[in-house]
Design a protein. Sequence first.
Length: 451
Amino acid sequence: MKKYINFLLNIFYLIAVNQSSLLFTSSCNQCTSSDCQTDSKTFFRTRSIIEDVSFFLGLNQYNYYRRYFEPDACDINDERIHFAMGGFFEKSRPGNNMGRFFFSGGTTTSDETPDPGTVESIITVSPERSVAGAYFDYHQDFSCPNGLWLDVKFAIYQATHTLNAQECDLATTNTSACTPLCFLGSNALTFGKISTGKLKNSNFDDIEAKLGYYFYNCIEKGYLGLYASALFPIAPEPTAKFLFEPLVGRGHWGLGAGLNAAHIIYRSENTSLTLLTDVSYQYLFKRNELRSLDLKIGQLTRFMGTSTEGGTTGAPAINFTTLNLGVTPRGVINFWLASHLQHCKWHVELGYNLWWRESEKICFPECEPTNFDSLGVSDSGTFIPLTLENLDLASTSHPRTLTNKIYLAISCDVETCGRPTNIGLAGSYEFSRNINSLEQWGIWGNIETSF
């Protein structure tokens, strides 16, 4: 027991040391997060399914551990295996104002006659996301020592993103010219294109494993335990080819720890009311990712044409300012609380999940890139060279995020081939007070069985 507690404390210590070394970096030039002031945003990181604990804890947390509430539970010293799987669908709320995440500022209409040969317009976006797929969870209780358990989970799903880009107040004297929206979706851009259609990505999420121990599990009123967690990256890296590209998983190594507990509020012969909770912290480590950068002179400057000083305009700056940067997602906190009512074979669960994610830390590569080739952009007649000092690192760092999710689930106990099985259905809604995350609704079905 003492060795196990020391193991968890060592994990907390390593995370704290790593976290502090990242937080106390004063330079906003070589490494930075979105906490450094910027008006630009080139990258949006969605919440992965593995990070959404409501899918895995909802209904299943009660199903896995209700054997501890049974009479003579401590005398049943067996190694029970649980397996849960489910299908899910989530979709962002229509009419959201998340377009301001990418394009800040208001929309204005100009009655001025455009200059000869120019094409001007105002582009608006209204991002939407939907995901559909399946998740799988393997859970095993060990008999020696009684209370030790292992949990492994993963998911596979398809993410579909739509920017809903529109062009307003188009002003041109050349009807044959490609409009700004046409240009931003053309092959002239190697990275960061604005797609007018749907973008899809089907892949595996990362694998998460937990090893835990229940210090109190042979009592009539509930249980209390701690666990350590590890995230194994198998999800693909971002390609940076499109703005608001569909992402699956995080693709970073992670370590963490957590606590879960349950307390029976009321119990009779056929009915029980149980309060369950789980709180966890996980730290995600650095890896390199392709990210696009604006220049410090303003947002959307990555789409400006490049040239040598005094030369002619050439390829867009984003073709050169998309770099393989060091990305550290840092800390993630999940808090889950649920009230579970069981009456005979029927179950009803009302749950809540608070999810908090720290702002990403972004660092330039150790070796300075050589593909700038004395190029730069012209800003009001002033030549701005493409150098690391003139690029805005904070423009590609996703800000800290906080969301709240509520769900309602109902399930029924049945027998399948002589095995106890629980079949359930749930609906949820996730909301936030800022534009750093998507508000979305979802439904999912869950099947859990024991061996």
